[in-house]
Design a protein around this ligand. Structure first.
Ligand code: HEM
Length: 141
């Protein structure tokens, strides 16, 4: 009896020690799930609306649609339980003639939004790494 109790408590200790290593959070969880992403997107839209370089691109856009689709996209790329229902990146951004400096500025604004939302740098970098490949679908179109 004592032996089996000892065995199970040793097992419990071992699992609780191992757990933080085994159960690595998804990026979606690290961003704070749907609520956390909503905060990031709020900050991002605020940054865009005050930015002299980027705001003109959005001046005639439906910002509520952008809020929804961009949030879905952040959820999907961070492995959250969502489906992206917006248009593909190339057709959305075609006709805007987005240059390198515009793209870099948008990345800066997103970084600022992430920082203001309390997201640690390592998680910011994980997210930006996932978005970076989309760059070629947007530039000079
Ligand atoms: C990694 C970078 C970017 C991502 C992930 C991204 C993502 C998106 C998404 C998901 C939408 C909504 C699509 C839809 O309505 O179906 C959107 C719309 C839009 N994006 Fe981007 N975008 C990026 C970079 C940029 C840049 C660099 C610009 C301009 C400088 C830009 C300007 C716009 C504008 C103006 C809209 C609204 C289009 C409309 O009103 O129909 N985006 N973007």
């Amino acid at each position: 009896m004592i032996r089996s109790l000892l065995c199970s408590s040793t097992l419990l200790m071992a699992t609780s020690l191992l757990n933080p290593l085994m159960a690595e959070d998804t990026l979606y969880e690290r961003l704070g799930g749907a609520e956390g992403i909503a905060v990031v997107v709020d900050h991002f839209i605020e940054e865009i609306s005050f930015d002299r370089r980027i705001y003109p691109f959005f001046k005639d856009s439906d910002i509520e649609r952008f809020r929804n689709k961009f949030s879905e996209q952040l959820c999907v790329v961070s492995d959250g339980p969502c489906r992206y229902s917006g248009d593909d990146m190339s057709s959305v951004h075609t006709g805007m003639n987005i240059g390198e400096a515009d793209f870099n500025r948008v990345v800066e604004l997103l970084q600022k939004a992430l920082t203001d939302s309390g997201i640690p740098y390592t998680d910011q970098n994980r997210l930006l790494k996932k978005l970076a490949p989309l760059r070629n679908d947007m530039l000079h179109r």
